[in-house]
Design a protein around this ligand. Structure first.
Ligand SMILES: CC(C)(COP(=O)(O)OP(=O)(O)OC[C@H]1O[C@@H](n2cnc3c(N)ncnc32)[C@H](O)[C@@H]1OP(=O)(O)O)[C@@H](O)C(=O)NCCC(=O)NCCS
Length: 389
């Protein structure tokens, strides 16, 4: 089968000069959602590599039919250095993103061939683990990754999606919200989350990226955070009040936009997509009508963390702050975050009727190094990199 497939399908690296048009056509053909009569289209604004370009080591592979050079599949990969939440250990992980095969050519082994090729690339680039995230309901992915490729479940996460529809609730009068400089945010994150699972070694790069809108802390007005206003004081995290919270915001809407369209009811393909559009799409139950036809974007809230007995009201204030901010960002219609299911912060994110959530599963497999240390990962809290979303 594999030898036969080799004669028909070529897997090669995406060529930015030659393949853009073919990729756009392919993506349009694939990017069709599954909900009654509506579909979602992701406008990558002319850059199919926008999700991986921000990683220093990245690749996009495409599958091409040898007989007519038709592009029938694609997958993206990147390599990251991250923490494992185990005594400060850091590892190199290869991430598989955006795998898809055009509906007409599915179930012929092309998806598997793309996965094997990207795995080979990750191993050649020193990855110790390979990781993939997929919706819990995507049984095809589970079959492909777990049963065919020996991935195991690493963690359950939840994606929370809130459409910007109403006025934001006023932040609590007792709470102060302050913007941090990039240096302050780096030092606070490194101090408090630096050893957490999936904390990126290149946090500086994320916070200095142009898609980063900034990082904000909240704390009670009755408390004083000594050193917070002294930009030279690198030791300010150690003087945090007993309750405080932080989040950072990523302007995903500047990298790509989503567009929901009404479809002819008989043309409704069933396709689940491994990317933000697809992840958010099933959540948009209350908002689809408002969002039809016009491209829209979202803000991704990441690094959501905090401590202390008053954490609840501090997280809520930051959430509503981000919500108001989103209302002022052009074309931004939704705020989104992703947290580990057992992250203590999760219960404090405001749960209104318009809030939706979707379960996301992360799978991984070890591809290099001793085989007995899969259990070094503790996943109560983990860092979701905004570049992956
Ligand atoms: C997932 C996807 C890439 C698979 O591509 P594909 O070329 O059809 O997959 P393959 O033919 O290589 O199948 C490999 C294995 O996947 C599983 N699989 C694929 N299609 C399946 C289906 N319709 N039902 C159940 N299992 C399926 C099977 O285990 C299959 O092995 P088998 O044929 O020996 O039983 C394709 O379905 C797709 O593009 N889906 C939409 C996007 C998506 O969900 N991407 C994955 C997100 S992580």
């Amino acid at each position: 089968m594999s030898a036969q497939l080799d004669e028909k399908v070529l897997i090669r690296e995406f060529n930015e000069d030659r393949d853009i048009e073919a990729v756009e056509k392919f993506e349009k053909n694939c990017e069709t959602g599954s909900r009654k009569g509506v579909s979602i289209f992701t406008n990558m604004m002319g850059d199919p590599m926008c999700r991986i370009r921000l990683y220093p080591t990245h690749i996009m592979l495409i599958a091409e039919l040898l007989e007519n050079r038709e592009l029938v599949g694609a997958v993206r990969g990147c390599i990251k250095h991250v923490g494992t939440d185990n005594g400060g250990t850091h590892v190199k992980i290869g991430c598989i993103l955006g795998l898809r095969v055009s509906p007409k050519h599915r179930r012929k082994g092309i998806g598997l061939k793309l996965v094997k090729s990207i795995e080979g690339w990750a191993i050649r680039n020193g990855a110790q683990y390979i990781c993939i995230a997929t919706e819990e309901s995507n049984f095809i992915s589970t079959n492909l990754f777990v049963h065919k490729c020996n991935f195991v479940k690493l963690s359950s996460l939840v994606i929370l999606v809130q459409p910007i529809k109403y006025h934001a609730q006023d932040p609590s009068l007792n709470v102060r919200i302050e913007k941090l400089s990039v240096e302050q945010a780096i030092s606070l994150y490194k101090g408090r989350l630096g050893s957490k699972a999936f904390f990126p070694n290149d946090m500086e790069a994320i916070l200095n990226e142009k898609l980063s809108l900034g990082s904000w802390v909240s704390f009670l007005k009755e408390d004083d955070w000594v050193g917070l206003h002294n930009k030279e004081d690198n030791d300010f995290p150690s003087r945090a009040p007993s309750s405080w919270a932080i989040l950072s915001i990523w302007k995903t809407c500047e990298a790509y936009k989503l567009q929901i369209r009404r479809q002819h009811p008989f043309k409704c393909f069933h396709a689940t997509l491994s990317h933000a559009g697809a992840k958010i799409f099933p959540c948009m139950k209350t908002t689809t009508c408002d969002l039809l036809h016009r491209p829209f974007g979202f803000l991704f809230l990441y690094g959501v963390h905090g401590e202390g007995q008053r954490l609840g009201e501090l997280i809520k204030s930051l959430w509503w702050f981000a919500y108001s901010l989103a209302g002022n960002v052009k074309d931004c219609k939704v705020i989104v975050t992703e947290l580990a299911v057992c992250d203590p912060v999760r219960e404090h994110v405001p749960q209104g009727p318009s809030m939706s959530c979707i379960n996301d599963l992360w799978y991984f497999k070890k591809v290099n190094g001793p085989s007995d240390d899969n259990d070094r990962w503790k996943m109560t809290q983990l860092f979701v990199d905004p570049r992956d979303f």
